[in-house]
Each structure stands twice: as structure tokens, then as C-alpha cells.
Design a protein around this ligand. Structure first.
Ligand code: ARG
Length: 817
């Protein structure tokens, strides 16, 4: 051991704080300086996606301190010179005084442990005259130390890094390394003990990098790279430098030496897809560096490029490979590859979402006992997580509840770590999470997915079913360009369930990425707010509620499905009723058609959807489901007219099966309405008969008060009366101005003209079917306020014939007064 090292050890022993060593350490001897080598660290055994660097791997790495803390990185290029980034020292166009800065050299961790670190004051900071802002380039700086750095712990030259000559070419595709004490993710500082992080980054050619940056990224921005900039990273992101790494080196090994190819300069976020880190290329600045490094000590070493790396330098053809999102892809619509069910012994399964290889997000209330304590339970050993397409259940290693989980509904979240990461493929695959700045545009296509507990058992009495719905929760998934994001979760709600309020997930992204270190936060993909300058209100949007599209009808095509929500409900015993798909797992039908009066058992019922074409030839149905429960509203004394049939599994929206929209009540003026039924119950070719809905008053007058409330009367258009048969209880549909089809009523037993209105059952339907597509009530109601005794005696007498009554009504306009 040399004297030199002994002396520094003594000093370290007396004052373990590196700051105390400032400028007291021994400088290299003239001998050592003469044969100063570069870029050859002691042979030895993050940054985003990186890991702890082994000690002494990157001896040229320095930390630049101001105000007592680490601000930027830098590299020692000569005993008295450090290379860094200009933007670390320039604020609002002014260069900060050198006296405010100090340089920590030889540090591995920055928690004050005496690992050979020492500090030097800064005598001068030099920045190119042209430097203005990072995005304009020339982001480099030279720092002259007040005293030369001590050389390596083994008193062996090798501290400084080698610099490339201007002619030096680094081949794209080369694996290089970036190092620093910067954030390990966006807004997520390196935790104690602040061990230097290293990450392997691939050099990207100019064209490949420009290709990535020409695609809109975060904030819908593109970027034009400038000469003197260099990119390193990966199209898929996930490994990168980040805030606090700036000024630090990007080094590549050639011929046994490490050359500094770049200086960490900037990026768009950290580790984001198609946004590799941008570095200041060092080679083009050879002349500037040579010119500014002056003094008695040796300057930086610019070894010429080793011959082998020269010869190995083939200009790889650069293809423009952009990365697609790795999360949020559902190959089959309606099956969520991130759906995770957490099985805790003694309680019902809790639904959550896979957010990375090893982490599942779920409501904390599934696992925390709110009364006894908010301490996570202990026996994680017995817990299991079921993931799609995984033969065996996963085991749980850790439960991390959100710190506000037990007292704030919006933070009712917990992360569960799996014991072993799962291989990501088509399934399981994580869902994408939004960054804090994500904005789901109005009209985004969103869907509900199960969340937490509260999934109803197969068959429940109505009362119980209502309770089970009130307890259950949903998560909101929103799609952008075919990629699904977890946009929000809904906490407990009682009573009124629409409109729903979801707690946005954007606010939790930082916590989730902090805990998981690698959840898939994905940039906003949809930015189209519609044509510029045009009022979006005036555009005719496709019909659509908070649960996605509804009531769409494909263009008439011979063999296509013309009525994608029309279902055949086959009841055991041979009866076939009309049903209407109101949500992916639910069909609405007339009670009298599906249930025999007085019967207490649920009949065996099959539902067919997706009948193609108009021809009377028997057609294959594309979809069939069993009915697993029948739900009826609670009607005082009266037998309820509408029944909801729960299907054995969801019918995902497709051109052959789409849910209809539901009207919250009333009928808007001028809507065109149709009774949709079958010509005859045998071949069941769909037919529609045009009708007009009469005002309640007229209806009431015609039927003399014998109608249950909420009954609609229709008047058939000329020659349309006999188009459909009535035993199947056909539905009454209206078309909105925008063209969407809205379910307005279901036929009352045995009647051609009377329909049970949907509107009055809105609460029951939406409480039973979370995803029912009720349109928001728009416009003023068509019907005038109801009064009593408004029936003209002539109309009342004409109750046998609505047509005659209407005729009378038109002749006596005063009655409508
Ligand atoms: N400008 C940052 C700093 O001052 C470095 C950012 C690097 N970002 C990136 N995504 N590569 O530390």
C-alpha cells in the first residue's frame, strides 16, 4: 500500500464527511501526471431502469453540488477539469457564479460514507457562447477545479475518461453506459443510500432517433434533433437517464478504454416510449474543449479511435422502428388480459388489474379491516392471484396499501407484489396507466370492468341483488387508439348510480410507479378534439353513453345483421319472445312473455343474438347464451311489465350484437318510432312497423284510465298494423335525431298498441345493469303537463279505435289548448 493511500485513509478516518476533505487531499505527483492515462477503471467485479453500479466502476463520475445538494453529474476529463452540461449552470441566460459550486469526486454512494470521496471547489465554469437552451444544443460546460483531483484509490491513473477526437465515430447499435445519481423515474428521486446508478443504453443513429421524435409524443409534441446531439436508449423506453443525471457521461468501451460519447442533456419525461434520452455529442466539441482547457496540469486525453472499432464500424441501415404500447392490448374484445382475481381465504375474490410483471392493483378495502386496524393482514402465504391464461395461481409476496387508503375513498388502492414476475404475453398483459398530465378526451370510448368485491352470485332475489350491486365497484377503462388505460375507479356508492363519478387514476400514477418501479405508464395517444375552429357540439357524434356506443345499426346489407340488439328469447316449452340487448350481459324482455304467472321457478331460457339478413331462410345465429337469472322490479301489487335477463356471459359489442340506447323518459318531438317484431313466430324474420307515439293524455282518454302508469300508446302508419305478430311481445324503438336507436317500450300482453315505457324503470334498470346505456335527457319534453278531465267526450267514446280518435283530435285543435 503506498503512502499516498495511507494518508488519505487517515484523513478519511478523522473526518468522515466528504465535504470536510475539501482541497486538503494530496495532489498527484508530477510523475503520475506525466503518464496520465484515461478510461481504464479498476477491473471490478439507476437512472431509470438501471441498477447500483459496483464501486470503482466509473471512477470519472463526479457529482456537482450547489447549496449542499447534488444538482448534476459530470465527468473528470483531466486532473483539474470536469465536463458537464451547460444547462446545469445557466439560469435565465445567466451563468451562475463558480463559487457556489463544489465537485464531489470518487464517490460511490452519497450518504456521507467515507468511500474515498473528496470535494473540490470550482474555480471557473466555461460554457459555449452560443448556448441558450437545452433544445438548441451546445449543452456542455467545462469546470476548472480549484485544486487537482486525487487520483484513484489504488494510486493508479485511470480516473479521467477518454475523450473522442472530432473524427471518432461511435457505431449505432453500440451498447454504452450512462451513470448518475438522478431520479430513478419521473419525479421519483434515487432513494438512500444514493448509490451511483448505471444503465446500459444503445446508441441510436440520427435517422432512427429523428424517426422516433417525429412522432407526436408526450403533450403531442415532436422534436427536431440538431447537429451535436446524440440519442441513446430504446424505442420501447423504460431505460433512460432522468432529472439529476444531466452533465453526467455516456461512455462506450473501445479497445479496452472507455470513451465519453455523450453528456446527459435532456429528454421528454424519462424512459417513455419512443422518447430516448438526448445527449450532447462530445466528439464534435473536441476543438472547443482543447481550446478552453489550459493550465500547468495535463489536459484531457484524446486517444485516437482504436483500429478494430474503426473496422467494425459498419453504417447499420437505420430503420425507422417505432415501439407500440406494450400494455393495454386486449386481443379479444371483452376479455381483459390484465384482469386479476385476488383470492384471500375466507372472503370472496377481489378483482384488480395487473399493472406490471409483478404487481397487481386492487382496492385496499378488499384487504384491510377498516374497524380493527388499518394494518395489512399477515398471512400472505395463503393468498393467491388468478391471472388469465396462467395455469397456476400466483403467490403474493407483499401488500402495499396506499397511505390514505383507509380514510379516503379516492385512495382506496393497494398494490400486491407477486412472488415471481409473470411472463407478459397476449395474456396476462398489464393495463396501461395514465401519466398525471393525461386527459381523456370527451367522448372517449370507455368501458366498465369489475373492481374489488361485490360480484353477485348467479341467482339472487331482487332485494339481495340490489344490495349486492350497491356494494360492488367498477373500474373505468378507456381506450385510445386500441390501447386500454385504467382511467379511474369508482368507490362505494349507494342509491343513485348514474351519473357515476370515478376517481381519476392520473393522480395515483406517481405512487404506483414509485412502488412498482416499472408499471406501464403510457403517454396519451388520442389528441383529436375534432376539426379546429368548429364547435364540437354541432358535430353529429355517434350515439354513445358513458359505457360506449349504443343503438347503432349497420348499413343495410343483404346478409348483414340489421338489428344488432334484437334477441330471440327461447323459453323452455317452445315459446319465443323478443328480447333487446341493453348491455353486454343483459337482455330486456316483457315479463309476461318469459315468466308464467304464479310460477316460482326460473325457466330454462336461451337467448340468441346476431341473426343475419332479412331472408326467411333459416340463418345461423352467431351467438347464444343461457339466462342465469331473471330480475324483476318491485312493483306494489302490480305484476311488473319488464324483466331483465342476466346472460351466462357477456356479449361483447360487435357488428352483430350491440346494445341499444335507453331513453330516460318522454319522447322527443318528431322522433320516428317503430315496433320491431317478427312477421311470424316460426321463421322470425325481423320486420319494423312505423308508428307514432300518442301523448299520454290522448292515450289516457282513449283507454279511460284502465292503463297502468307508464304505458305508451302508439298509432301505426297506414298499412303497417299487421306487419308484426304480438305474442312475442315486440319492442317499441325510436330513432334520435343523430340516428341512434333507443328502446322506448316493450309490448303489453296481447296488445298491438300498448307498450310498457322504459323511462319509469330507469332507476331499477341502471341499478341492476351497471352498463345500461341511458341517454341523458335532452331537450324539452314533448308532452304537455298532464291535467285531469281534459278528455273530450268524443274522444273518450272513440277508445276502440285510436285512429278515429286521432282524427277527431286533429279536427278539434282547441282540445289540445
Ligand atoms: N435535464 C435533465 C437534468 O437536468 C436530464 C434529463 C434526461 N432525461 C432523459 N429523459 N434522458 O438532469
Amino acid at each position: 500500500m503506498s503512502q499516498h493511500l495511507l494518508l488519505s485513509l487517515v484523513i478519511l478516518a478523522i473526518s468522515p464527511i466528504p465535504g470536510a476533505l475539501q482541497d486538503t487531499a494530496v495532489s498527484p505527483t508530477q510523475e503520475e501526471l506525466e503518464d496520465l492515462d484515461c478510461g481504464r477503471p479498476e477491473p471490478s467485479a439507476r437512472i431509470v431502469g438501471g441498477s447500483d453500479a459496483p464501486p470503482s466502476t466509473w471512477p470519472w463520475q463526479v457529482s456537482l453540488h450547489r447549496g449542499g445538494g447534488h444538482i448534476c453529474g459530470g465527468s473528470l476529463i483531466a486532473p483539474s477539469w470536469v465536463l458537464s452540461a451547460a444547462h446545469c449552470f445557466v439560469t435565465n441566460g445567466t451563468l451562475e457564479p463558480a463559487a457556489e459550486w463544489s465537485v464531489l469526486l470518487g464517490a460511490h454512494s452519497q450518504d456521507g460514507s467515507p468511500d474515498g470521496a473528496h470535494v473540490r471547489a470550482v474555480a471557473a465554469i466555461l460554457v459555449p457562447d452560443n448556448y441558450s437552451r437545452v433544445e438548441r444544443g451546445d449543452d456542455l460546460a467545462l469546470l476548472r477545479l480549484a485544486a487537482p483531483a486525487k487520483l484513484g484509490p489504488a494510486v493508479r491513473p485511470g480516473w479521467p475518461v477518454c475523450l473522442p477526437r472530432a473524427s471518432h465515430r461511435f457505431a449505432h447499435g453500440t451498447a454504452c453506459w450512462a451513470t448518475g445519481w438522478g431520479d430513478i423515474q419521473e419525479a421519483d428521486p434515487l432513494p438512500l443510500p444514493w448509490v451511483l446508478q448505471e444503465v446500459e443504453l444503445m446508441l441510436l443513429g440520427e435517422a432512427a432517433c429523428q424517426c422516433l421524435y417525429s412522432r407526436p409524443g408526450p403533450f403531442n409534441l415532436t422534436f427536431q434533433l440538431l447537429p451535436g446531439m446524440l440519442c441513446a436508449g430504446y424505442p420501447e423506453g423504460r431505460r433512460d437517464t432522468c432529472q439529476g443525471d444531466s452533465g453526467g457521461p455516456l461512455v462506450c468501451e473501445e479497445g479496452g478504454r472507455w470513451f465519453q460519447a455523450g453528456i446527459t442533456s435532456f429528454g421528454f419525461g424519462c424512459g417513455r416510449r419512443n422518447r430516448p434520452g438526448v445527449f450532447t455529442a462530445v466528439a464534435p466539441y473536441e476543438a472547443w474543449i482543447q481550446e478552453h482547457v489550459k493550465g500547468p496540469e495535463p489536459g484531457p486525453a484524446f486517444p485516437s479511435q482504436p483500429q478494430e472499432s474503426h473496422s467494425g464500424l459498419q453504417e447499420l441501415r437505420e430503420n425507422c422502428t417505432i415501439a407500440l404500447p406494450e400494455c393495454g392490448k386486449a386481443l379479444q374484445p371483452g376479455t381483459w388480459p390484465w384482469e386479476a382475481r385476488v383470492m384471500v381465504p375466507g372472503s370472496r375474490p377481489c378483482h384488480g388489474a395487473l399493472v406490471s410483471e409483478s404487481w397487481v392493483l386492487a382496492p385496499a378495502s378488499c384487504f384491510l379491516d377498516p374497524i380493527s386496524s388499518d394494518r395489512p393482514p399477515r398471512d400472505l402465504d395463503a393468498w393467491r392471484v388468478l391471472l388469465p391464461s396462467r395455469p397456476r395461481a400466483e403467490r403474493v409476496a407483499l401488500l402495499v396499501p396506499h397511505e390514505n387508503a383507509s380514510w379516503e375513498d379516492a385512495s382506496d388502492l393497494a398494490l400486491l407484489q407477486l412472488r415471481a414476475p409473470v411472463n407478459l404475453s397476449a395474456a396476462p398483459r398489464p393495463v396501461c396507466l395514465p401519466h398525471p398530465e393525461h386527459y381523456f378526451l370527451p367522448g372517449s370510448r370507455c368501458r366498465l370492468a369489475r373492481w374489488g368485491r361485490g360480484v353477485c352470485p348467479v341467482y339472487l332475489e331482487e332485494e339481495e341483488a340490489g344490495r349486492c350491486w350497491n356494494d360492488s365497484r367498477w373500474s373505468l377503462l378507456c381506450q385510445e387508439e386500441g390501447t386500454w388505460f385504467l382511467a379511474g375507479v369508482r368507490g362505494f356508492s349507494t342509491g343513485c348510480l348514474r351519473p357515476r363519478a370515478f376517481s381519476p387514476l392520473q393522480t395515483h400514477g406517481p405512487w404506483i410507479s414509485h412502488v412498482t418501479r416499472g408499471a406501464y405508464l403510457e403517454d396519451q395517444l388520442a389528441w383529436d378534439w375534432g376539426p379546429e375552429g368548429e364547435e364540437t357540439e354541432t358535430q353529429t357524434c355517434p350515439p354513445h353513453t358513458e359505457h360506449g356506443a349504443c343503438g347503432l345499426r349497420p348499413e343495410a346489407a343483404q346478409m348483414g345483421v340489421l338489428w344488432p340488439w334484437l334477441a330471440e328469447v327461447h323459453v323452455a316449452g317452445g315459446r319465443v319472445c323478443t328480447g333487446i340487448l341493453v348491455a353486454p350481459g343483459w337482455v330486456l324482455a316483457a315479463t309476461h312473455c318469459v315468466l308464467r304467472l304464479g310460477s316460482t321457478t326460473v325457466p330454462y331460457i336461451e337467448v340468441y343474438l346476431g341473426r343475419a339478413g332479412t331472408s326467411p331462410l333459416p340463418q345461423g345465429h352467431q351467438l347464444s347464451r343461457l339466462v342465469i337469472s331473471i330480475r324483476l322490479p318491485r312493483h306494489l301489487g302490480l305484476s311488473p311489465p319488464l324483466a331483465l335477463l342476466e346472460l351466462s356471459s357477456r356479449v361483447e359489442p360487435s357488428p352483430s350484437a350491440l346494445p341499444i340506447c335507453l331513453h330516460p323518459g318522454g319522447v322527443t318531438l318528431g322522433a320516428s318510432c317503430w315496433v320491431l317484431g317478427w312477421k311470424n313466430p316460426q321463421d322470425r324474420v325481423p320486420v319494423a312497423a312505423a308508428v307514432t307515439i300518442l301523448t299520454p293524455r290522448l292515450c289516457h282518454c282513449l283507454y279511460q284510465g284502465i292503463l297502468p302508469p307508464g304505458t305508451l300508446c302508439v298509432l301505426y302508419a297506414e298499412g303497417q298494423e299487421d306487419r308484426c305478430e304480438v305474442t312475442s311481445a315486440p319492442p317499441l324503438l325510436c330513432q334520435t335525431e343523430g340516428g341512434s336507436w333507443v328502446l322506448t317500450g316493450m309490448a303489453v300482453r296481447g296488445s298491438r298498441e300498448l307498450f310498457a315505457a322504459i323511462g319509469p324503470e330507469e332507476v331499477w334498470i341502471s341499478q341492476t345493469v351497471g352498463e345500461a346505456h341511458f341517454l341523458s335527457p335532452g331537450g324539452s319534453p314533448y308532452w304537455p303537463p298532464e291535467g285531469s278531465n281534459l278528455c273530450h267526450p268524443d274522444i273518450a267514446g272513440a277508445s276502440g279505435s285510436p285512429r278515429a280518435a286521432l282524427f277527431l283530435l286533429l279536427l278539434t285543435p282547441l282540445i289540445l289548448g
